[in-house]
Design a protein around this ligand. Sequence first.
Ligand code: CA
Length: 220
Amino acid sequence: MTLPILIVEDEVKIAELLRDYCEQAGYSTVMIHDGNEALAWIDTHQARIVLLDLMLPGTDGFSICRHIQKTSETPVIMISARVEEIDRLLGLELGADDYVCKPFSPREVIARVKTILRRIENPGRQDTGFRLDTGALRVGYGDKVIDLTSVEFNLFKTLHDNPGRIYSRDHLMSMIYRDNRIVTDRTIDSHVKKLRRKLSELGSGDDPVHSVYGVGYKFE
Ligand code: CA
């Protein structure tokens, strides 16, 4: 028997919409509309993945996410009504697997559920085709190789090693500039731009570095 997708959302219509799309995609679901009830369920059951609204009556989605991270390996997709809120959540390193902003397309949510489950349930299929040489700051693909600066290499390695995970600009900057240098969002964007230009020389097909509007970047 497969585990259900847990939908924690106090807006009943949105919860039902998610339920309908999940069930159409062949997943079983459990809907809960209150944060305290969600916590009680989580402590006594297991979910395959949790779709978790941020603002809830009772315990908020933020605390529930922390609780899930501490007590299980269950992946979480956080759903928020505001893109600024997602930025803040990313900065807090909550450990959610993905973030979705309202209003969302249910189709897009299902696509993300599938991506996460594929990544977690088939860990053997992680081969991206890219070869990373940390010592030489080189990236290879097929029979081609490019040289990167250390900033570009660290940027690529961070994104590449966690495919599908969204990194905020702040997080990327803190990983890349360990000396707390003052850099702006535009600095990261310009490094990403150069990195993409170099990566395109490898001819790997689609651009593997994706921008997530208003939030940051991910590798896919
Ligand atoms: Ca809500």
